[in-house]
Design a protein around this ligand. Structure first.
Ligand code: UDP
Length: 245
């Protein structure tokens, strides 16, 4: 499947729907090499404007989907709207559903001790055919030992949920050492799959207010979330600047 790439304020995204993103992942899994999937939101996209190395890392991924209403709005500001928002947590679920059908080995890496185990247990109930070949929390010191563990497990699909930008950096640094075929950086997805953290009610998601619900639930995120208005402001200024030229 060919997918058009759209550049939005320095970050290149695949212009895909959730269904198409899941298909892309299936196609990448057929190739005998490792691939990286990232799901940047406005917060990480804004961080990447300050940290050029992070921008390069994100742009070196095989697939990047627009995760979050900020990026979707920004794509409209530039006159190149993405087809839809593709939440990483939902893309991950599709990948797991397909993995249950194909039998490909899945490794969960990330979150606080016990959370990924709980997430895997819930996913196994939902998709009984799924083949989990390894689970580890995200608070490890020795990358080498973790990489050995993943390679020995024979996993083809690796969920890396260490939070952004740690997971993007970790995947870029280690992709060539891992024998997996598809690695996805999915932030707090294990917290959601395990029901440790609830996603916003559908109405908030539909109205593009998931960020607001999250803020209500976790007010300490306010500092981080200020990246959203800063990102939008920077995008609008950039667009106006380009218009003036
Ligand atoms: N995390 C981890 N290792 C770390 C730091 C964070 O495994 O060294 C996990 C954390 O427990 C949580 C996830 O990474 O499950 C980050 O969740 P958050 O909702 O902050 O994701 P983000 O918004 O960064 O995508």
């Amino acid at each position: 499947m060919q997918s058009e790439k759209i550049s939005i304020y320095g970050i290149s995204y695949n212009n895909v729907t959730l269904d198409e993103a899941a298909c892309l992942c299936e196609e990448l899994l057929k190739e005998e090499k490792n691939h990286v999937v990232v799901t940047p939101n406005a917060e990480i996209a804004y961080l990447a404007t300050k940290d050029k190395q992070l921008g390069r890392i994100i742009n070196s991924a095989d697939v990047a989907v627009a995760d979050g209403i900020g990026v979707v709005y920004a794509s409209k500001v530039y006159g190149t709207p993405v087809k839809e928002k593709v939440p990483g947590v939902e893309l991950g679920m599709r990948v797991l559903e397909n993995a249950a059908k194909s039998g490909r080995g899945v490794f969960f890496l990330g979150a606080k001790p016990g959370v990924a185990d709980l997430a895997a247990a819930k996913i196994s109930e939902k998709f009984p055919g799924i083949n989990f070949v390894g689970i580890r929390d995200g608070y490890f010191k020795d990358d080498g030992e973790v990489i050995e563990n993943i390679n020995a497990s024979g996993a083809e699909i690796l969920f890396v949920c260490l939070g952004a930008p740690k997971q993007e950096q970790w995947m870029a640094e280690n992709r060539d050492k891992l024998n997996t075929r598809l690695m996805l950086g999915l932030g707090g997805s294990f917290d959601v799959y395990s029901d440790t953290v609830k996603r916003a009610p559908k109405i908030f998601i539909k109205l593009g207010l998931e960020w607001f619900y999250r803020l209500l639930k976790e007010p300490k995120r306010l500092g981080r979330m200020m990246a959203l208005p800063k990102y939008m402001f920077a995008v609008i200024l950039d667009k106006l600047g380009k218009k003036g030229k």
